[in-house]
Each structure stands twice: as C-alpha cells, then as structure tokens.
Design a protein around this ligand. Structure first.
Ligand SMILES: [Fe+2]
Ligand SMILES: [Fe+2]
Length: 188
C-alpha cells in the first residue's frame, strides 16, 4: 500500500501482525495509550463509588416515608437503577481491559470516593445525595481528562455517566429547594 495516500493509516499486514501478538490481552492492543493496570485501578475506584451510590439510593428509597416523600422516593428508586447501570458499565469495561471488577464488600467504602450515608429525614437524604453527586461529577471530570484521547472508549462511557450524574445532582437540588423548610418527616 502506498503510505503517501493514507499517511495516518497503518498497513493492513502490519495491523494483522500487531493484533496477533499478545492475543491474551483481549481488547487491549499495543496502541492502547495508557498503562492498563493504572486504568483498571482508577475504574475500580469508580466502580466502588457506583456500588455505594446504588446502596445509598436504595436505602433512601426504602426508608423515605410520608406523603411529602412520594416524589423523592420515586426519584431515589430511579437513581438507584441508573447507578446500577453505571456499575455494570464500569465493571464490563474493567473486564474488557483485562481486570477483575472488584465487588468485594470488604473495603468497599475506602475504595469509593462517595459516602454511604443514611440520612435521618428527607431533607438530610436529599442533601447527602446532592453532595455525593457533586463528588461524582468532579471525580468523573478528572477521569475523563485522564483517559482523554488515549482511551476514547472509556472516555465516552465516562462522559455518558457524567451527564447522568449532572441530571441526578439537578434532581436532588430541585427536590431540596421544594422540600426544605417543610416539617421534617420519616426520621429513621
Ligand atoms: Fe453513577
Ligand atoms: Fe448519580
């Protein structure tokens, strides 16, 4: 092939030769731009954070009581389902990169940037979720910056997750505005 015509593309033969080396690495080829170990390590932290988010929103969904909590309760349930989606996406990506997603409950909270907090009433729950979402937003922005052009697949996945976390933060903010100042309900 005349490389002058396609200066940015690698010859097919060369692509085949490279691809057949280290086939045990699965989706991670020689052109993977970052240290796969480091990438996996960073994603394990995000996985732990998502697991904590699933647990926190599920707990809040179950424990939110009282008529005024109907809206937030459904919102907590929907968020728990979305956090579970994030958890699965990140675990799949860790697997693709050759890692073993860490679901071990031992040490979970120390691996996660987000906190597990139960909240004694609805307003506390909303505040805790808002803080957790704001942490997640900063965390994902940093990860997106790290993966950048070197691992576009992971970056695009993280950008999708970030967009959802921003929606979550906005939902919690709006509910907090609507509920703050009302009598506190549903203490645990
Ligand atoms: Fe999430
Ligand atoms: Fe979230």
């Amino acid at each position: 092939m005349n490389t002058k015509d396609k200066p940015f593309l690698t010859d097919v033969k060369e692509l085949r030769r490279r691809a057949s080396e280290h086939i045990e690495d699965g989706a991670v080829t020689g052109s993977y731009g970052i240290d796969a170990k480091q990438a996996i390590e960073l994603l394990q932290g995000a996985l732990a954070a998502e697991i904590v988010c699933v647990l926190r929103y599920t707990m809040h969904y179950i424990s939110a009581t009282g008529i005024a909590s109907d809206g937030p309760k459904e919102e907590f349930k929907a968020h728990a389902a979305e956090e579970q989606q994030h958890m699965l996406q990140i675990a799949e990506r860790i697997n693709q990169l050759g890692g073993r997603p860490n679901f071990n409950p031992d040490g979970l909270s120390s691996r996660a940037a987000s906190q597990y907090t139960e909240g004694r009433n609805l307003v506390e729950m909303l505040k805790e979720n808002l803080v957790a979402e704001r942490i997640a937003i900063d965390h994902y922005r940093e990860l997106i910056h790290f993966f950048g052009e070197k691992d576009p697949t992971t970056r695009i996945m993280l950008e999708g997750i970030l967009a959802t976390e921003e929606e979550h933060a906005n939902d919690m903010h709006d509910l907090l505005v609507a509920h703050e100042g009302r009598p506190l309900i549903g203490g645990s």
